[in-house]
Design a binder for this molecule. Structure first.
Ligand code: HEC
Ligand code: HEC
Ligand code: HEC
Length: 418
């Protein structure tokens, strides 16, 4: 009977607190843990704007309410200071806090569960080697019934596979390494895979097929991608390594933080992820053919330009063209990749374009990418809608015009991205 009740209410035991004394991990393990923490963006989520690194308190909005990230520093009272490795391992695999409380999947433990024990040890070693900082985590503000954490037991029963990654023997070692990182610590699906009504990532063909996250569109990375030039392994590699690649746009919004963290990973890991991602796309033509597709996209934009004279075109010439031309003028700032190659222009959704115009590019992923001011204060919703209509017609003439742009601009402006 007790078993039944505790089972029903999702009760899980606490793991006894421990007193951590002298560090027992080698410098090498700690260093490996640092790289793994970067792969998992631990310190992106677990740092509040302006807050001390890793002390948590960053608010995460979900459709079910707001949850705050926790203090990952080894402070005994408010952080992981009294967590044994088993408690940490259980949190990463099963989404349970040390005291047995269920955690919300805004913490991507459904992905982190794929991580090997060895890597979890290294992560733990690294976290425990950081300076302890006292910082209380604000209480989650979830709506009823989602404020009842034990309900997550039922959700986990449906959606959590707590087994570490199992290699696919039919694929290469490199592909498997990429799958391990993309599905596991990289939690790429947390942003790039659409979710169902319960907040679980859809499976099968929906994996990495594109989704909205924090007001940004995380585009499809598979055959359903709307990119002007098909993605291949080399382009994925360059984008993840440098935040941009010659045949595509640059990484902005939340993806710039991801790319920033990926800088810590060795080249082999980035290449492995690229190899894995490429396998979700059609076998790519030779690089020379892809370059030809890119040149055609730029040429198409130049042709459509001549048919689009009017106020929006003048606005573009005045406000944007000094920095954005198609390789036919001096590069004032940054890369100045032709806009015809950016998924922000060719996507079904105008969100990333509108957000970039409103908010600019304030924290470029890497140094080659330039800074751009936001135009939210100087352009009205109507002007931005006109500009977006023009940009779509000029740079993605192959795609249908976006409809309802004024209301999209108002919607995007209302909810700032992070
Ligand atoms: C996408 C944002 C995000 C990322 C990335 C993330 N976390 Fe978290 N994490 C959270 C949130 C939100 C919570 C709190 C969940 C809750 O309160 O239910 C949390 C909770 C935790 C907890 C439980 C702490 C406690 O006191 O119960 C641990 C442990 C943890 N994260 C470790 C990590 C590690 C290690 C990484 C990197 C590999 C990481 N997290 C990356 C969002 C994130
Ligand atoms: C926190 C959310 C988030 C996570 C995690 C994330 N992405 Fe992204 N990703 C985005 C967003 C948003 C964009 C669009 C950025 C832009 O266009 O400026 C993007 C863009 C991309 C693009 C370019 C797509 C295109 O057509 O332009 C690639 C490739 C990509 N991500 C790969 C990955 C991989 C691989 C991972 C895991 C290692 C990952 N992303 C993790 C949010 C995320
Ligand atoms: C002072 C220079 C400057 C001006 C003016 C400017 N931008 Fe930018 N813009 C940049 C830089 C730098 C980037 C980051 C990418 C890069 O380095 O080329 C960028 C990025 C973008 C992107 C994302 C491109 C991608 O790779 O996905 C879009 C879209 C964009 N700008 C549109 C505009 C529009 C529309 C205007 C006018 C309202 C404008 N920009 C004005 C410098 C500028």
């Amino acid at each position: 009977m007790i078993g039944l009740i505790t089972g029903l209410f999702g009760w899980r035991p606490a793991i006894a607190p421990v007193n951590l004394s002298a560090p027992v991990y080698s410098q090498e393990t700690i260093e490996r843990g640092r790289t793994l923490a970067a792969a998992g963006d631990c310190f992106v989520c677990h740092t509040a704007p302006g807050g001390a690194r890793g002390t948590g308190g960053r608010a995460m909005e979900t459709p079910f309410g707001t949850v705050f990230t926790t203090n990952l520093t080894p402070d005994a009272g408010t952080g992981l200071g009294s967590w044994s490795f088993s408690a940490f391992q259980r949190a990463m695999r099963e989404g349970l806090s040390r005291d047995g409380k269920h955690l919300y999947p805004a913490f991507p433990y459904t992905a982190f569960a794929k991580t090997s024990d060895d890597d979890l040890q290294a992560l733990y070693a690294y976290l425990m080697s950081q300076p302890a900082v006292r910082a209380e985590t604000p209480k989650a503000q979830m709506r009823f019934p989602f404020n009842l954490r034990p309900l997550m037991a039922g959700w986990n029963a449906l959606h959590l596979d707590a087994q570490p990654y199992q290699a696919d023997r039919t694929q290469s070692i490199e592909w498997n390494r990429g799958a391990y990182l993309v599905q596991g610590l990289g939690h790429c699906g947390a942003c790039h895979t659409p979710r169902d009504a319960t907040g679980a990532e859809k499976t099968g063909g929906a994996f990495l097929s594109g989704a909205m996250i924090d007001g940004w569109e995380a585009p499809a990375l598979t055959t359903v991608s709307k990119a002007a030039v098909p993605w291949d392994a080399d382009a994925f590699y360059r984008y993840l390594r440098h935040g941009h690649s010659p045949r595509h746009g640059s990484a902005g919004g939340p993806m710039s933080e991801v790319v920033g963290e990926l800088q810590a990973l060795p080249d082999e890991d980035i290449r492995a992820m690229a190899t894995y991602l490429a396998s979700f796309n059609a076998p790519s033509p030779a690089p020379a053919e892809l370059d030809a597709v890119a040149r055609q996209a730029v040429a198409r934009a130049a042709q459509s330009q001549s048919t689009l004279l009017g106020p929006a075109q003048r606005m573009f010439e005045t406000a944007c063209a000094a920095c954005h031309h198609d390789g036919d003028g001096p590069t004032v700032l940054g890369l100045n990749r032709p806009l015809a190659l950016s998924s922000k222009l060719s996507s079904d959704r105008p969100d990333n374009l509108i957000r970039t115009i409103l908010e600019g590019v304030r924290e470029p992923a890497t140094r080659e990418i330039g800074f751009m001011q936001g135009f939210g204060d100087v352009l009205s919703d109507t002007q931005i809608a006109e500009l977006a209509t023009y940009l779509r017609a000029r740079y993605a003439p192959q795609a249908p015009a976006w409809t309802d742009l004024p209301s999209h601009v108002a919607r995007v402006r209302q909810k700032p991205g992070h």
